[in-house]
Design a binder for this molecule. Structure first.
Ligand code: AMP
Length: 425
């Protein structure tokens, strides 16, 4: 147990972590360009926030939350998603009293007690955005465009954007009734969960993961058949904005978000080829959510994209991410030279902004050179007793395997110049 991590979690090791940082940097850059500012909320919240904000009837709240009592006997939950916490922060910090819309993004870990498999973890990470305070259909298009732009910059240009409208509280009762009529004769064949959903929320039957229920739902009436004129207009405009931006998408009338406060646009982004968990991101409008969380009736829209699945998709497509290496300079110390000499030079190099390292395990000169090669440094500085007495060191270019002597006092200036040349070359 001591040397085994909990199921469904991962260590992100050096070599891999650089990819993460790169993806996070692209997320931050895209967010900035689209006018979104970063928000960081706690990793845990009061359980009630998710029960309200995600919905009692959802898989997340029913069976996937990491909930516990703290020492003050409060019910606390590790956040399973980012929207409810951001809504809470928006209300608690009175961001709704300032100019609207408020456009926020976040990147961070989420926790769900789900069955782990490829692409599904118990701790995973999302890049998400939330916009509060506007009904404008261009915003629906903007968040989808932003997600696709983000993927595109990572080299993922073949993803599929699926879009639907899930209606509003005006058209829901009509869908509900039509779905109940459709499923009534099939009730006995539905799974236990769906039999419960039939009364409470028949829309969620369309979302059931069981193959049998999916089969039974194939001919079911869709929300598209029941949209009220206002929802239809909104959806039409959203699609027009997407077309204007040249963003290809498919209308998927099976795409649902079975909760009352999800309204209008729902979307999902799929990456073919990464296995059963092919959804790399999703989002939609939630004009009823802020009110459900105790705030005024302010509309909202957002997305959440899974970072682990982006990495899977990149690996599946053999897309390399350029990884910054470790140190660029290694200080090699010959046996008779005191370590202090090397350590002092190391300090000077680092103070000049040069990534540098030395040996701390007592390796021989030869082993130090070999280790420097393994680290992939571009240059080594070799401190030999005889050269030092003459005020010199050896500078070796590891790429060309050429070496020459330079004065000790020249080292920092010489290396700074050479590294500058490497960058521009
Ligand atoms: P959701 O918050 O369920 O709408 O999920 C949004 C995105 O987060 C999904 O498209 C996935 O990319 C990712 N995601 C959700 N659940 C998990 C999980 N258990 N493990 C890894 N990624 C996940």
């Amino acid at each position: 147990m001591l040397t085994t991590r909990p199921r469904g979690t991962a260590d992100i090791l050096p070599g891999q972590v650089e990819k993460w940082r790169y993806i996070e940097n692209v997320a931050a850059a895209v967010s900035r360009e689209y006018g979104y500012r970063e928000i960081r909320t706690p990793v845990f919240e009061h359980t009630e926030l998710f029960v309200r904000g995600v919905g009692e009837d959802t898989d997340i709240v029913e069976k996937e939350m990491y909930t516990f009592r703290d020492r003050g006997d409060r019910s606390i939950t590790l956040r399973p998603e980012g929207t409810a916490p951001v809504v809470r922060a928006y209300l608690e910090n009175k961001l709704h009293t300032g100019p609207q819309p408020v456009k926020l993004y976040y990147i961070g870990p989420m926790f769900r007690y789900d069955r782990p498999q490829a692409g599904r973890y118990r701790q995973f990470h999302q890049f998400g955005v939330e916009v509060f305070g506007s009904h404008h259909p261009a915003l629906d298009a903007e968040v989808m465009a932003m997600a696709m732009d983000f993927y595109g910059r990572l080299g993922l240009n073949d993803l599929e954007l699926h879009v639907n409208s899930v209606g509003c509280p005006n058209c829901r009762p009509v869908v509900r009734q039509k779905l109940q009529e459709y499923f009534r004769p099939k009730l006995g064949e539905l799974c236990v969960n769906c039999r419960n959903r039939y009364e409470r929320n028949p829309l969620r039957i369309l979302d059931c993961k069981s193959e049998r229920c999916a089969g039974l739902a194939r001919e079911a009436p869709t929300i598209a058949d029941c949209l009220c004129p206002e929802c239809e207009k909104h959806f039409h405009e959203v699609r027009q904005y997407l077309q204007d931006l040249g963003i290809s998408h498919v209308v998927d009338t099976r795409l649902v978000r079975g909760l009352d406060y999800y309204t209008h646009t729902a979307f999902e982004i799929m990456a073919p080829g990464i296995g059963a968990q092919s959804s790399v991101g999703g989002g939609g409008r939630y004009n009823g959510l802020i009110e459900a969380c105790g705030g005024p009736p302010i509309p909202g829209i957002g997305f959440a994209l899974g970072i682990e699945r982006i990495i899977l998709a990149l690996e599946n497509r053999n897309k390399a991410i350029v990884i910054e290496t470790g140190p660029t300079v290694f200080v090699v110390i010959a046996g008779d030279v005191p370590a202090r000499e090397g350590f002092a030079l190391l300090g000077k190099l680092r103070a000049a902004g040069i990534a540098a390292d030395m040996d701390y395990t007592g390796r021989s000169l030869k082993a130090q050179m070999k280790y420097a090669g393994k680290l992939g440094v571009r240059f080594t500085i070799i401190l030999g007793g005889e050269e030092l007495q003459r005020g010199c060191v050896v500078l070796r270019d590891m790429k060309t395997a050429s070496q020459r002597e330079i004065g000790v006092s020249e080292v920092v200036r010489e290396l700074s110049g050479l590294l500058e040349q490497c960058k521009s070359g």
